[in-house]
Design a protein around this ligand. Structure first.
Ligand code: C2E
Ligand code: MG
Ligand code: MG
Ligand code: MG
Length: 286
């Protein structure tokens, strides 16, 4: 029988909401077994020095392949891991795996200034975090100077609460990056109060870059430089974006222009036999 369009629309929404709920419950169930069933992998995306266009480091990014759900985006499953408290064991597994992988690369003579790991606010608030990290560094024999922890502004929103642990991390010798910089709602005060090494400008600013004169991006770069931070632009996809950022003396970049996140086995191929990166002049000028 005929229904009015409004009725159909309502019906459709309810079904899609039910579908979302089912998917959510399915993910929750699957995630509980994902770690023990080896369903997580780690991929790596290069950081490029914008002046030299050489690989200077890598960001590690978590991937989940569920046999039932297929590949699920981190934007979908990371919040769920946090809610379920599973980000604590999974986060430890990530840190250890990345340190082990870094050791292998170092043994193969592949030089990287740093490899970064994203750290969730739930991990940072965990009282064992610093000691667990220390144990992992000792066990894998990694010099902490090569490890970089990426924290978002949201993670350090309460500066007085997070300062103690961030200072402990600095004392341990690891580097701190502010991820997705410019998208949080925190005051800028923490930039002077906390021991920060790198600002990663959020990719939304690079995506919307005003090539005539982007006052916001220029200002972030200048501020970062005046504070003696390394400034990295996330989400560089085009030569025009690269050229603009080079012109502003932004230090580093990351994005699909050079490489998507790739498996660890692909990393040695970013280098030739001299240990020099294959990236020379930009491949596609237009
Ligand atoms: P993020 O830390 O800001 O990571 C950068 C994201 O931008 C990655 O998405 C990467 O694939 C994507 N990306 C890199 N270059 C480009 C580009 O040129 N264009 C576009 N459009 N995107 C680019 P991914 O891997 O889907 O991760 C999304 C977010 O999930 C991450 O954002 C991070 O917040 C979180 N995440 C990923 N892995 C981990 C992890 O191991 N631990 C934690 N706690 N969070 C993670
Ligand atoms: Mg990150
Ligand atoms: Mg980011
Ligand atoms: Mg992000």
């Amino acid at each position: 029988h005929a229904k009015k369009q409004g009725g159909n629309t309502y019906c459709f929404n309810t079904q899609s909401q039910n579908h979302d709920m089912e998917r959510y419950q399915h993910m929750e169930h699957e995630l509980r077994f994902a770690l023990e069933n080896d369903q997580f992998t780690i991929v790596y995306q290069p950081f490029i020095g914008l002046e030299s266009e050489e690989v200077v480091g890598l960001e590690s990014l978590l991937r989940w392949y569920s046999p039932y759900l297929g590949a699920v985006s981190p934007a979908e499953f990371i919040p769920l891991l946090e809610e379920l408290g599973l980000i604590i064991p999974v986060g430890k597994w990530i840190l250890k795996s990345v340190c082990q992988q870094l050791k292998e690369w170092q043994n193969e003579g592949i030089f990287l200034q740093r490899v970064s790991v994203n750290v969730s606010p739930v991990q940072l608030r965990n009282r064992d975090f610093v000691n667990d990290l220390k144990a992992i560094l000792t066990e894998t024999k990694i010099d902490p100077a090569y490890l970089d922890l990426e924290l978002t502004e949201g993670t350090i929103l309460n500066v007085s609460e997070s300062a103690a642990v961030i200072n402990d991390l600095q004392a341990l010798g690891v580097n701190i990056s502010i991820d997705d910089f410019g998208t949080g709602y925190s005051s800028l005060n923490y930039l002077k109060q906390l021991p920060i090494n790198t600002l990663k400008i959020d990719k939304s600013f690079i995506h919307d870059l005003d090539f005539d004169d982007d006052v916001i991006v220029n200002t972030i770069i200048n501020m970062g430089q005046n504070l003696n931070f390394t400034v990295l632009a996330e989400g560089i996809e085009s030569y025009d974006q690269l050229a603009y950022l080079q012109n502003q003396n932004c230090h580093e970049g990351q994005g699909f222009y050079w490489s998507k996140p790739v498996n660890a086995t692909a990393i040695p191929y970013l280098y030739n036999n001299n240990g020099q990166e294959q990236y020379g002049a930009p491949a596609s000028k237009h």
